[in-house]
Design a protein around this ligand. Sequence first.
Ligand SMILES: *Cc1c(COP(=O)(O)O)cnc(C)c1O
Length: 457
Amino acid sequence: MHKIDLDLVEMTLDVMKYTIDRISKTEDVIGKPQKAETLKALVGETVTDKGIGGETAFNLWKQHLMHANVKIDHPRHLAFVPAAPTRASILFDLVTSASSIHGAYWMEGAGGIFCENEAMKWIVSLTGLPQGAFGVFTSGGTAANLSAIVTAREYWRSLNNDNKNRKGLIITSIGAHSSIKAMAKVVDVDVLLVDTEDRLKGAALQQTMDGLTIHQKERLFAVVATGGTTNAGIIDDLEGIAAICEKEHLWLHVDAAYGGGALAADSVRHLFNGIEKADSITIDPHKWMFSPYDCGAVIYKQPELAKKAHSQEGSYLDIFKDEGAHGFNPTDYQIQLTRRVRGLPLWFSLATHGTDRYKQAVERGLELATIAGQLIKDMDHVELVREPSLSCVLYRRKGWTPDDYRDWTFANHDKGFALVTPTKWKAGQSFETVSRFCFINPDTTEQDIKAILESMK
Ligand SMILES: *Cc1c(COP(=O)(O)O)cnc(C)c1O
């Protein structure tokens, strides 16, 4: 029997009370950053020889520190890609921590990994990839993209000896997420950007490839298409791109970190046609699958290729390969060894609500974008830059300069009212500063959108 520690009980109740408060409040200020010096002046020394005690530390968090964070799940947080973790997933995130599961090998984490895999089966089923395809949860889209690029590159190098000495090359478009370029740097491969922020079509890809030198062609091993650009929600011509990759024997990676959730939505599923031909796919459950941070996913058509690239060797790891051989070892399919079973909160939430509720919640995000588009058309002071795509809406306030957008963003944020940030949109040769909504949270209301648009008058 454990001795029951009353302080521990009290702290547990305090934490639960905080959690209930935090996840049941829908109307609140949005939170904003403070300078480190300001925070230091508010809380003083917190890490000391003897400690300041849990109660004091928790009070400092509640009184000061938590307010210096933006609530990404706030219904009027429509900047970047917002989040809206379900309450079930947040509660099971606490359970995940309390359970202390090492999620690298089946031998130690079978129960947790089993649950992750049940959730992963649903995600894989949304992609339409053939039998045998499978995936693993990662810390996010960046780690998923990195894991996929490493797998593609290692596979390419295994094809012939010359490739082993070549520096690889991948093609993507300027609409691709910054992490593609950043991870290409990590892997030390070059990136060729097709100059379109709009939908990358098969024809434009073919044209780019036709323009490559023989030396470049030898180095080219993969194409990265985007399934919902982060800036504008644009889905590349996956069918056309897949056909070229098949013909040219190139690895096709589809980065659907943001857009992947929309695979669950019947109204837009057809826009992703061709994704079922990908060799690898990135989807972030912490974006549009309502999971708490952090939770990404990388899925492979042929997981054994990922295993060849990522499986780690070490004498003290051999035991996992023996006793754990009858199970799935997540470490073998991505860059991380020790890992949180970060798909566990998603599993619990899926089990709680059922996948239909996920479909409905994603459809609501799409609907909110349509509603916003209509409101913008109906108002005189704003206009659409392009029709809404997935849940992204780009629009301009007539007559505004980049400074006006920035001042408006800061004024709304300062009041704790809303966070809506400007972005740039490339039309022709020039970049225009415009405003952008991205909807994830099904609790955002039409009234919220109206109020934000009216604050631009
Ligand atoms: C957000 C995003 C990423 C990066 O994912 P993280 O989870 O932030 O690491 C990559 N690609 C796309 C398309 C994204 O929207």
